[in-house]
Ligand binder design. Structure first.
Ligand SMILES: [Zn+2]
Length: 160
């Protein structure tokens, strides 16, 4: 069967950036399993998956607009060192959970100057064109419960 809304599809992927650096890959692990049509994966990849069948291999480029979004200057903030109480050594590259306007978000420390700490809440892949190499391994119809929940249950999926 072909991938369409209300299908559960499994696939292997290798994600590279514009320089050909491998950012992430499922090869050697379990394939990723998701529910088509619910935004479980980035929009550009979900669009490219439609109509594919088990055994299909393809490559797709996903723009930031259909990937993790453009980098937003507003997601970069300077906060005082005192906001990191209980942390003895603060270094660029450290990640923290922070309370954003849309719930918890992950921020990365990008610079420290005296008492001023710059944190970036952009997704690490924001602004990147994503290159996916995909191999579809399985396609099945979603259960009614999966469609109602908007995610996959069982092997490779969400557990309650
Ligand atoms: Zn569920």
């Amino acid at each position: 069967m072909q991938i369409a809304d209300r299908c559960v599809a499994s696939f292997h992927y290798t994600l590279t950036n514009g320089h050909g650096d491998v950012l992430d890959s499922s090869v050697g692990r379990e394939p990723l399993t998701y529910l088509q049509g619910k935004g479980n994966i980035v929009a550009g990849l979900e669009k490219a998956m439609a109509g594919k069948s088990a055994g299909d291999k393809f490559e797709v480029d996903v723009s930031p607009e259909e990937g993790y979004g453009a980098r937003q200057q507003g997601m970069i903030q300077v906060v005082p060192r005192s906001a990191f109480q209980g942390i003895d050594t603060l270094e660029p590259g450290m990640q923290f959970q922070s309370q954003g306007s849309h719930g918890p978000m992950s921020v990365v420390v990008t610079a420290i100057e005296g008492d001023e700490v710059t944190v970036d809440g952009n997704h690490p892949l924001a602004g990147e064109t994503l290159h996916f190499a995909i191999e579809v391994t399985d396609v099945r119809e979603a259960s009614v419960e999966e469609v109602l929940h908007g995610h996959v249950h069982g092997a490779g999926g969400h557990h309650h």
